[in-house]
Design a protein around this ligand. Structure first.
Ligand SMILES: Cc1ncc(C[n+]2csc(CCOP(=O)(O)OP(=O)(O)O)c2C)c(N)n1
Ligand SMILES: [Mg+2]
Length: 678
C-alpha cells in the first residue's frame, strides 16, 4: 500500500516539476488587447483623433488607450463634462465624424446634458461612452450609479447599456453606424467598467463601421409635384435649415432661388450658415416671435421648407393668435429626415431625400426662371442694394457712439479676415446672442472662400456651447467641407461665457490659439428683452394680468461686482488680452488679437465693454410709476434694434403691416429684428 502511494507521489511530483519547467520555458503571455480596444479600432478606421472627457477611475482603462501612440488618439482633458461634450461637438462639426466623449457614471452624463441636448437639436454625430459601476454591484446602488440610459435617452438616437463584454464589438459598430446615418445624432453607450478590461486575442479587431451613404434620391413623383407647385407659385418663399448646411448645398439652393425668384430665410438659431449672406435672395433668420413669423409668411402662397428642422424657435406662443405659418401657405418639404417633414404643419408635398442630391433634380424639372421669377429677382436685387446702404449708414453712426455696438466689432472682424486672406481659413463661433444680426450680416459667409461650417452655432439654446466648441474646432485642421481652422474666433455674451470659463485652462494646456470676444454688456440682455415680451403678451391678458414688480431687476444684471474677463482668463492660464471701451479702439484691438493668435500658440481675450441701456425703476414704485418705467425700459432695451436695419428687407413692409395688425398679440409690439428670447 505504502509502495503504491510512494510511486504515485513520485510520479505526480515529477509531473508537476515537468509542468513548471514547461511553463517557465514558455514566453509569458501578457495580453496586449482588451475590449476597450474595439473603440480604438473604430476611431482608427474613421480617422478620429480626439477623445474628450473628465476622468474618473472607471474610465481610466479606456483613457489609457490614448497613451499608445499607435492608436493615434489624444485625450483632451476638460474641466467640466459639458465642456467635453461641447468640444466634441465642435470637432464633429469640422470633421463630419462623430465627436467622442467619455464621462463618469451619473454626474458625468448629467453634467453634459445641456450640450447633449444641443447636439440632438443640431443633429451632431456623437458617441458618448459612460463607464457604469461594476455590473455585479449596480443593483446594490453603489455611489455615483443610477440608470444612465434613462438619463441620456431622450437626447440620443440610441442609448444602451452593455450586457456582456462579448457584445461590445457589436454595440460599437452599431453605435458608430447609427450616429453617422442620416440624420446624424448622438448615441449613448454605458459600459460597466470592468467590461472594458477583458483581454481579447491579439488578432481580434472590429471588422469595420457600416457607412450608410447620406446622398440618397427622393421619389421622382414627389420631386415633380414639388416642381409644379413651386413653378406655379406667385410669391414663393424658401426656408433653409441645417440639413442644407450639413449637405454643403449652397450652390444648389442658390440655383433654385434664382429659378423660382424667392427670398431665402434661415431657420432661427441655424447651426451653420445655411445660405450665403452675399446672395441677394438671403434675408437672414426667421424672427423669434409668433407675430413676426406670421408676418413673414403672410403673403406667400408656397413655402419650400428645405432641411428645416427647428421649426418653432420662440418662447411666447398662443394658439388663439393663430399658427406660425398661416394655413393659406402651401408647404413643400425636402429633407433627409421623416420627423422634420410635416412635423408641425400639413405638407402638401414631401420629398424624403438628401438636400444636395435632390435640389439639382428639382431644378431640372422647374427649368429656367420664368418672366415672373425674373421680375421677383430684380426686386430682391434692388432691396439688397438698399439694405447695404442702410447698414453702411448704421455702421457709420455706430462708430460715433459713446459705447461699442456689435456692428463695429463685426465689421472690423470682416476687414481683418479679408486683409489677411483668411476667407477659407476661419471659423466664427457665435454665442453673442443679443447681437446676432450684425455678425450674420457682416462676416464673409459666401462662396469663394467660406463654407456653411465657417459659422458655428447650435439650435438647442442651452447656453455654454461656444467656448467649449472653440476647443474642438481649433484641434481639427482637416475639415470635411474643405475650410481650414487657422483663425478661430468666438464671440460670446458675458453671461454665456461665465458658464464655462475653465475652457481657458484647456485652451492654455493644449496651446490652442483662439480669439475670444466677450460682448460684455454687464447683463443678461436677452432676458431683459424676454421680460418686455412677457409683459407685452401677458401684462394685460385676461386671466393673467401679470406684471413684474420691477422692470429693471438686479437678477438680470452682472455688475455688482463687475467682472474682468481678461483677469479671469489669466487665472486659468489665458495670459493675453485686453479690455476695450471705445468704438474707435475696436479695429486695432481686433487686429492685435488676431495677429496674436495667428502667430503665437496661445489665446487672446477681448473684453468688449458694450452698451447696457435699461434705466432703473424707481424704488417702491406706484403702479403708475411702474407702468411708466416699464414703457421707458421697453423702448430703451429695444433701441438698439429699432435703429438697426432689418436683414429681412423683403418682408419689411408686409411684416410691419402684419405686426401692426397684431398689436397686443404675442410679439406684436416688438421690432421685427428683435433677437429671439430663450
Ligand atoms: C443653460 C442655460 N441657462 C439659462 C438660459 C437662459 N438664458 C437665455 S439668454 C440668457 C442670457 C445670456 O446673457 P449674455 O450671454 O450676457 O448675452 P446678452 O443677452 O447679454 O447679449 C440666459 C441666461 C439658457 N438659455 N441656457
Ligand atoms: Mg450680456
Amino acid at each position: 500500500m505504502y509502495k503504491v502511494t510512494l510511486v504515485f507521489y513520485i510520479l505526480h511530483g515529477q509531473f508537476f516539476v515537468q509542468l513548471i519547467n514547461f511553463m517557465a520555458n514558455q514566453p509569458i503571455t501578457t495580453p496586449t488587447r482588451w475590449t476597450r480596444d474595439y473603440l480604438f479600432d473604430a476611431l482608427k478606421e474613421l480617422g478620429i483623433h480626439h477623445i474628450f472627457g473628465v476622468p474618473g477611475t472607471n474610465e481610466i482603462p479606456i483613457i489609457d488607450g490614448t497613451s499608445y501612440p499607435e492608436n493615434g488618439v489624444r485625450y483632451i482633458e476638460c474641466l467640466h463634462e459639458n465642456i467635453a461634450m461641447g468640444a466634441a461637438m465642435g470637432a464633429a462639426r469640422m470633421t463630419g465624424l462623430p465627436g467622442i466623449v467619455v464621462v463618469h457614471v451619473t454626474p458625468g452624463i448629467a453634467h453634459g446634458i445641456g450640450n447633449l441636448f444641443n447636439a440632438s437639436r443640431s443633429q451632431v454625430p456623437m458617441i458618448i461612452i459612460c463607464a457604469q459601476q461594476q455590473n455585479e454591484l449596480v443593483t446594490q446602488e453603489p455611489l455615483l450609479s443610477s440608470n444612465l440610459v434613462d438619463l441620456a435617452k431622450q437626447y440620443t438616437k440610441w442609448a444602451h447599456e452593455v450586457r456582456t463584454p462579448s457584445e461590445i464589438k457589436m454595440v460599437l459598430q452599431r453605435a458608430f453606424k447609427e450616429a453617422m446615418a442620416p440624420p446624424n445624432g448622438p448615441v449613448f453607450i454605458s459600459i460597466p467598467w470592468e467590461y472594458t478590461m477583458v483581454a481579447i486575442p491579439e488578432d481580434d479587431h472590429l471588422k469595420g463601421v457600416t457607412r450608410i451613404s447620406p446622398r440618397f434620391t427622393g421619389d421622382e413623383a414627389s420631386i415633380k409635384q414639388a416642381a409644379e407647385l413651386l413653378s406655379a407659385a406667385k410669391n414663393p418663399i424658401i426656408v433653409a435649415g441645417d440639413a442644407v448646411g450639413y449637405a454643403d448645398a449652397w450652390a444648389e439652393l442658390q440655383e433654385l432661388a434664382e429659378r423660382i425668384g424667392a427670398p431665402v430665410l434661415l431657420q432661427t438659431f441655424s447651426s451653420l450658415s445655411n445660405f450665403p449672406n452675399n446672395d441677394y435672395h438671403w434675408q437672414g433668420e426667421l424672427p423669434g416671435s409668433q407675430a413676426g413669423m406670421q408676418g413673414v409668411f403672410a403673403n406667400h402662397d408656397v413655402a419650400f421648407m428645405v432641411g428645416f428642422s427647428t421649426q418653432a424657435q420662440l418662447a411666447v406662443f398662443k394658439y388663439s393668435d393663430g399658427p406660425l405659418i398661416p394655413d393659406s401657405v402651401k408647404q413643400v418639404y425636402l429633407t433627409n429626415n421623416t420627423w422634420d417633414i410635416g412635423k408641425n404643419y400639413y405638407g402638401e408635398c414631401a420629398i424624403f431625400g438628401d438636400v444636395k442630391t435632390n435640389l439639382p433634380i428639382l431644378c431640372g424639372h422647374i427649368g429656367d426662371a420664368s418672366t415672373a421669377a425674373k421680375a421677383r429677382n430684380k426686386v430682391l436685387q434692388g432691396l439688397d442694394a438698399e439694405r447695404a446702404a442702410s447698414w453702411k449708414t448704421y455702421l457709420d453712426g455706430a462708430k460715433n457712439e459713446k459705447e461699442i455696438w456689435a456692428v463695429v466689432i463685426a465689421q472690423a472682424l470682416r476687414q481683418a479676415i479679408e486683409e489677411r486672406g483668411l476667407l477659407d481659413n476661419f471659423v466664427y463661433v457665435h454665442e453673442a446672442i443679443s447681437d446676432t444680426a450684425p455678425f450674420q450680416y457682416y462676416l464673409p459667409f459666401g462662396p469663394g472662400g467660406s463654407k456653411p461650417t465657417s459659422y458655428y452655432c447650435v439650435s438647442g439654446g442651452s447656453l455654454g456651447w461656444s467656448m467649449p466648441a472653440s476647443l474642438g474646432i481649433k484641434l481639427e485642421e482637416q475639415t470635411v467641407q474643405g475650410i481650414g481652422t487657422k483663425f478661430v474666433v468666438n464671440a460670446v455674451g458675458d453671461g454665456s461665457s461665465l458658464f464655462y470659463p475653465q475652457v481657458w485652462w484647456t485652451a492654455a494646456h493644449e496651446k490652442l490659439p483662439i480669439l475670444y470676444i466677450i460682448t460684455n454688456n454687464h447683463e443678461y440682455h436677452t432676458l431683459q428683452l424676454g421680460l418686455q415680451q412677457v409683459i407685452g403678451a401677458y401684462g394685460k391678458a385676461p386671466g393673467y394680468g401679470w406684471n413684474p414688480k420691477t422692470t429693471d431687476p438686479e437678477y438680470l444684471k452682472l455688475e455688482k461686482p463687475k467682472l474682468d474677463y481678461v483677469s479671469l482668463a489669466k487665472a486659468f492660464g489665458g495670459e493675453h488680452g485686453e479690455i476695450v471701451k471705445k468704438p474707435g479702439d475696436v479695429a486695432a484691438a481686433i487686429a492685435r488679437g488676431m495677429d496674436h493668435v495667428l502667430n503665437k500658440n496661445s489665446s487672446y481675450i477681448l473684453d468688449m465693454r458694450m452698451n447696457e441701456n435699461t434705466p432703473p425703476t424707481p424704488p417702491n414704485p406706484t403702479p403708475k410709476e411702474a407702468a411708466k418705467s416699464a414703457a421707458a425700459n421697453m423702448s430703451a432695451a429695444l433701441e438698439r434694434y429699432t435703429q438697426q436695419p432689418l436683414i429681412d428687407v423683403f418682408h419689411q413692409k408686409t411684416a410691419k403691416k402684419a405686426l401692426k395688425a397684431s398689436k397686443g398679440s404675442a410679439g406684436g409690439d416688438l421690432p421685427l429684428n428683435m433677437p429671439s428670447i430663450f
